[in-house]
Design a protein around this ligand. Sequence first.
Ligand code: ZN
Length: 375
Amino acid sequence: MKVTKKKLKLKEPFVKVLKVLGVIFLLLIGVFIFYRKEINELKDIGYSEKASNNILFKNKKDYILSLGENKTLNAAFESDYYNEKYLEDYSRINYVKQDDLIRNINKLLNKGYTNSDISLILKHGTSKEVSDFVKHEKVQYLEEFFNVSYAKLSNYDRYLNYSYETGEDEETTVLYVNLNLDKAPYDDAVEVEKFSYDMVVNKYRKLNEKFEPKLVKIKEEYASSEGMMAEAVALNAFIKMSKDASKEGLGLIINSSYRSYQDQVDIQETYRNLYGDSYVEKYVAKPGFSEHQTGLAFDIGSTTSNVFANSKEYAWMLDNAYKYGFILRFPKKYEDITGFRSEPWHFRYVGTKISKYIYENDITLEEYYALFLDK
Ligand code: ZN
């Protein structure tokens, strides 16, 4: 009996502790359920777990709920660089997926850029370019250049210099600078390594000595001399075009197609001996800078007229070549963009999607490149 009583006495405080623990436990569960509900409210409108936690921790839930989904705010609340005084700004700056986004936004705000300036800056540069740009002292003419869709943040200084020196409007400035036309031709040209039907080779974009596309022989009936070669898809497109032209009583013939790097070296020498340095400098593409090395370019002649520019074939091609994937590569009116003097006979295969766009919008391959390919 004595032993049992003792045992019961020992149990009572223990039960009390258990009861207290139980109440605490239930409270904790309650708090946890409440907390999860709050988090889920934020997650439901598009905030991440991490951002939602920080929103609650910083006591900004009501503010966030009043705004709804906002990716820049989400990034801000995820970031270690979140700065309370910029909260309103974050909500008004367009989101882009970039490393260091919030850190860069803070720095740009600190320099006095407006929210719309910052949205423009972020839109036109990569994370790295934006990080470089924030080191730049505050610039003036942002909208002027960056309202052009393909303007590049990293080119800002060049835009400014070019428009100042030439007096060109912003759109022309952005285009020309993106095409490197503010630099001397052939100087630090980019090397184009991969073959593609939309590849651009010009005085600023070169091929190396070894570049060679897959080539097929051109049958004699389509060429003015033996042994010419071209890229197969481009050649087939030419053949189809030539057959359709002949149904209309026209005769198209290939005078020149693929030329190797070495061929271009030889051509340069021939012309140098005939006409001298300044002629070559002006009219002959340097080795590596000729589109003929791609296998996609054709110098076309007429079987009915000696001067192609005056021929019915030329007129027909101006209206129809695009249907077969060809463009007139060096039109007279665009000499300053292509960097080559007008060559009515020189057509380039780019595929029908691009040729149609270029034809309908009356632009050059360079402009197409600046618009869509230069990423
Ligand atoms: Zn040519």
